[in-house]
Design a binder for this molecule. Sequence first.
Ligand code: AHG
Ligand code: MN
Ligand code: MN
Ligand code: MN
Length: 333
Amino acid sequence: MKRVSLTQYLVEEQRLHNSIPAELRLLIEVVARACKTISHAVSKGALGEVLGSAGSENIQGEVQKKLDVLSNEILLEANEWGGHLAAMASEEMETIHPIPNRYPKGEYMLLFDPLDGSSNIDVNVSIGTIFSVLKAPEGMKDPTEQDFLQPGSKQVAAGYAVYGPQTVLVLTTGDGVNCFTLDREMGSWVLTQRDMQIPVETKEYAINASNARHWYPPVKRYIDELQAGDTGPRGKNFNMRWIASMVADVHRILNRGGVFMYPADAREPDKPGKLRLMYEANPMAFLVEQAGGAATNGKQRIMDIQPTKLHERVAVFLGSKSEVERVTGYHAE
Ligand code: AHG
Ligand code: MN
Ligand code: MN
Ligand code: MN
């Protein structure tokens, strides 16, 4: 089998479709390199002294794990000096991170969830990194937080890495979704799945069911119908999976279909869900749509939402199109 590396894929994509400018290609390669470094740290586990809590709290009010902090630092350091970025933003930083003046600045802005699935770090379950790329407003070398507040439809690239039994990188630049597997011996990303497509129909769903008592009626109705099985209104049996790492749940859905939900609920009526719009929901929505699926907040397309703040939260329904349309429809009734 002829092996296509990430670099070769990006160069050829540029040649064929003119869709990946050199600066964007460099950016993606640097992010991929940072993910390789994170993967290496993750795989060391206790031997690398990377497990456990860092003893600090992030802006989300979450206790930071050592790997949350380390992954954030790896991504910042890798991306600062390349000249392709104007600024960065992260789940683990209260405000944006401008590119230091000692380095040249570029036209892109990078957002990331450095380590997704923090609760799974210490128990050796798949975790990952999620990223999203936006363009800085024309000619803007020193973007402000305000400049980041663009709807997901403006993303020029998005992707995630999963640090699991294999380390994979799943990427879109708006021309389909491709998956690369890390060849650890060679240290290179090898194209292993072209043009991933989410099956339209599914029999699998993912939701944290421990919150069932707090769900609003449309979600309760939808899940009740799935759980009623082949004698219920859906006429078939559904299976459930919940990994508690969005990257791993989304990766399963990109491979074999399914629907992933993190709804808003009645616990905190003012909080529109748990997941973050800018660096979790938007990049995943971009990937899922590019693979033929759908992503909404129950009311509208996620990528149409105009963000009002960097760490904005959002309800998420994503995956197989028919299921996302159904549960979104229940919200309208
Ligand atoms: P993070 O680790 O980046 O803070 O994100 C965790 C998210 C997401 O990965 C996952 O789907 C969800 O939180 C799990 O939530 P529960 O703890 O409610 O299962
Ligand atoms: Mn977190
Ligand atoms: Mn996350
Ligand atoms: Mn995280």
